[in-house]
Design a protein around this ligand. Structure first.
Ligand code: NAD
Ligand code: MG
Length: 406
């Protein structure tokens, strides 16, 4: 083995077939001298996963069910690829925590990404966290596990990666001790920033998924359109940067070039700018504290010409208001918010509810929650399951109601 091979970092990419997964593999592809793919995971796009295995030759691949795993295993053998194919949720945790892994990209979407992200942390890995739902659901437990197990947590969400770059390194005891007044969390405002409430009622899934600046998976695209994404990010920022909800201010910035800012008590405001391309935060986190090329074009300020800023409208974008309220309530409230949102977004994408019913469902389910402190991962998952059941009952009643009235 030569010296270069010894220094190669072994990377597991959880959610390899998704938007963040493919941007990650794009960065890895540009730096074969630094990174080697250890494991790749996917839920449903098995043909894409097969192509990725042929290209990256990982030690392991993980899919959802055993039958798909068997089929992929024999296809890879026929193609002369030695990858071992595993199946199921435990296998996701195993490839995240494997002793030979150095870094884990947590890019599964939704609550499904929580156990494997936690497994990477408890194994003390370098964790590149894209899955914001993990922190929304289990922020206190997750941050405690990061410290207890000596994991290295690097934020991938572009805003949080920007804040991380603008903060001094010793912020873990809170913002005030390091002279930070507040965090300014920028938001594009999504595709319906200027739409009236009447227009929002008629929004289709295709319109909601067409984000003006970012190309992303369906769930986060809808979250951006409702601005729930910014609400989840506010909660994410509180955990990552030991901030209180009132220390995080959301600012609409439609160009998505300033990825967020940090306001210091002396009046200095530091910002991180760049073209809206997730390969920048991914490359930053992967190489930190060094810098590597990401493949992103240099920012052309003269072509950009202007940058605009607005305050968010919490009435039209009720999801953002609900997330701020859940952040302030703490305990089980963010878990309920997240679960109800996942059920509501899936129902909207199926065409079962209108866009404006997403916040209605969430508000009704949050109203059922008696906010409790949550002490373990089991309790987090139990609250999540209960909220999903309540949200599904809400949907079932809605269907009966629609059936009766139509
Ligand atoms: P995506 O829908 O494009 O990809 C999701 C990935 O997760 C896929 O590989 C899919 O196979 C896998 N997956 C889905 N359900 C699963 C399950 N039940 N079990 C195991 N694997 C499953 O999503 P994305 O846009 O890449 O987003 C991934 C995460 O990163 C989300 O939490 C999102 O909020 C966050 N994020 C995304 C972006 C972005 O630009 N796309 C930016 C910031 C943060
Ligand atoms: Mg973001």
């Amino acid at each position: 083995m030569n010296a270069t091979a010894v220094s190669l970092q072994q990377v597991t990419v959880l959610g390899a077939t998704g938007s963040i997964g493919s941007s990650t593999l794009d960065v890895i592809r540009q730096h074969p001298d630094r990174y080697q793919v250890f494991a790749l995971t996917a839920h449903s796009r098995i043909a894409e996963l097969k192509a990725l295995c042929i290209e990256h030759q990982p030690r392991f691949a993980v899919v959802n069910d055993a039958l798909a795993a068997q089929r992929l295993q024999s296809e890879l053998r026929l193609a002369g690829v030695a990858t071992q194919v595993l199946a199921g949720a435990q296998a996701l945790c195993d490839v995240a925590a494997h002793p030979d892994v150095d870094a884990v990209m947590a890019a599964i979407v939704g609550a499904a990404g929580l156990p494997s992200a936690m497994a990477a942390v408890t194994a003390g890995k370098k964790i590149l966290l894209a899955n914001k739902e993990t922190l929304v659901m289990s922020g206190a437990l997750f941050m405690r596990a990061v410290h207890e197990h000596g994991a290295q947590l690097l934020p991938i969400d572009s805003e949080h990666n920007a804040i991380f770059q603008c903060l001094p390194c010793n912020y873990s005891e809170g913002l005030a001790p390091v002279g930070v007044r507040r965090i300014l969390l920028t938001a594009s405002g999504g595709p319906f920033r200027n739409s009236s409430y009447a227009d929002l009622e008629r929004v289709t899934p295709a319109q909601a998924c067409a984000h003006p600046n970012w190309s992303m998976g369906q769930k986060i695209s809808v979250d951006s359109a409702t601005m729930m994404n910014k609400g989840l990010e506010l909660i994410e920022a509180c955990w990552l940067f030991a901030a209180r909800p009132e220390q995080v201010e959301v600012v609409i910035h439609p160009q998505s070039v300033i990825h967020s800012l940090v306001d210091y008590v002396d009046g200095s405001v530091l910002a991180q700018l760049g073209n809206p391309d997730m390969r920048t935060p991914i490359a930053h986190a992967m190489a930190w504290p060094e810098r590597i090329d990401s493949g992103v074009a240099p920012l052309d300020l003269c072509a950009l010409a202007r940058m605009d800023f607005f305050a968010p409208d919490l009435q039209r974008f009720a999801c953002l208001r609900l997330a701020i309220e859940a952040a302030q309530a703490g305990g089980s409230a963010p878990i309920v918010l997240n679960a109800a949102n996942e059920v509501a977004v899936a129902a909207f994408l199926r065409g079962d509810i209108r866009f404006t019913q997403i916040p209605q469902l969430i508000e009704d389910i949050l109203g059922l929650d008696v906010v409790n402190q949550v002490q373990s991962l089991q309790e987090v998952l139990a609250v999540d399951q209960q909220a999903r059941q309540q949200a599904n009952s809400w949907l079932a009643k809605q269907k009966i109601h629609v059936g009766v009235s139509s």
